[in-house]
Design a protein around this ligand. Structure first.
Ligand code: IPM
Ligand code: MN
Length: 331
């Protein structure tokens, strides 16, 4: 049976890199039935739709969603990000954002693979807070971080399951418990409680500022990292920067309960400055498609795609790279 995939190319280089990802998946011999959804800043400018409830309901019927990138300079910043990307994460309950990295310590030569698990539906992202006396000298703005026991626990539990399934079986909690007393306490207590269920998993804790140093200077200490939504956003850009650049960084927005489709997207943005030049690196989108195949039970094809990406011989245009990969992944 073909996997039914909703493809949202989006804006800027999004459609270019997504087309290559689809090409490589097909070349790997996986039967996919794709439906294109015209969403993003350009669509919004045309008829005002960002992501209607009707479109969201349509998306619910697919096995997975492959997303390129969204956002265009002509639309006020944040509108599409919140109305499309975050709406999908929240409404489809994509509570895990899984982002793998390959880091090499300074002066070292051995690349090392580690994974960040970012909570994807809570924290400051939910939009809690408000503003009073806006534009006056007495303006007050608050923006709370929402952390629920259920939300933290399901994320931490996913991270423990993942760590337990890996060779090294090591999980690091990253937070800022020395300052964020309430949220930090909930995360730490939940982490400790779940840890007792996984005696085979070794654990560690790092404050987020220290983790930034270790990501750069000593990534080998990490196997699986679990953290909240905002820390995870920042740390995974850093992870991308220290592991070959954001052009290689892939991500999976997962609904592990499988009550609906999960969504797969490169970490990078729409890069409107290079659209149409053929210089966008499609590898992040291709690796995101490989994460999709893992989740769909096509791990053999996913492995071949990852192997092709890490052995990519040369550079070239967006479509040249896609074609080189496609030529290598045939099963
Ligand atoms: C990401 C992005 C998004 C986020 C933006 C576009 C809202 O930076 O996926 O990391 O902050 O989560
Ligand atoms: Mn980000």
């Amino acid at each position: 049976m073909a996997h039914r995939i909703a493809v949202i190319g989006g804006d800027g280089i999004g459609p270019e890199v997504t087309a290559e990802a689809v090409k490589v998946v097909r070349a790997a011999g996986v039967d996919i039935d794709t439906t294109d959804f015209d969403l993003g800043g350009a669509r919004y400018l045309r008829d005002g739709e960002i992501l209607s409830d009707a479109t969201l309901d349509e998306l619910r019927g697919f096995d997975a969603i492959l997303l390129g990138a969204v956002g265009t300079p002509e639309v006020p910043p944040g509108l599409i990000e919140r109305g499309l990307l975050l709406k999908m994460r929240f409404d489809l309950d994509l509570y895990i954002n899984q982002r793998p990295f390959v880091g090499t310590a300074p002066g070292g030569t051995t690349p090392h693979e580690f994974i960040v698990i970012r909570e994807n539906t809570e924290g400051p992202y939910v939009g809690e807070g408000g503003v009073l006396r806006r534009g006056t000298p007495h303006e007050v703005a608050t923006q709370g971080s929402v952390n629920t026991r259920l939300g933290v626990e399901r994320c931490v539990r996913y991270a423990f399951e993942l760590a337990a399934s890996r060779e090294r079986k090591h999980l690091t909690l990253v937070h800022k418990t020395n300052v964020l007393l309430f949220a930090g306490d909930l995360w730490q207590r939940t982490f400790d409680l779940i840890a007792a269920e996984y005696p085979q998993v070794a654990t560690a804790y790092n404050h987020v500022d220290a983790a930034c140093i270790y990501f750069v200077q000593d990534p080998h200490r990490y196997d699986v990292v679990v953290t909240d939504n905002l820390f995870g956003d920042i740390l995974t850009d850093l992870g991308g920067a220290v592991s070959g650049g954001i052009g290689l960084a892939s991500s999976a927005n997962l609904n592990p309960a499988r009550t609906g489709p999960s969504m797969f997207e490169p970490v990078h943005g729409s890069a409107p400055d290079i659209v149409g030049t053929g210089t966008a690196n499609p590898v992040a989108a291709v690796l995101s498609a490989a994460l999709m195949l893992d989740f769909l039970g096509e791990s053999d094809a996913a492995g071949r795609i990852r192997a092709a990406c890490s052995a990519l011989p040369g550079t070239g245009s967006t479509s040249d790279i896609g074609s080189q990969l496609a030529a290598q992944v045939a099963g």
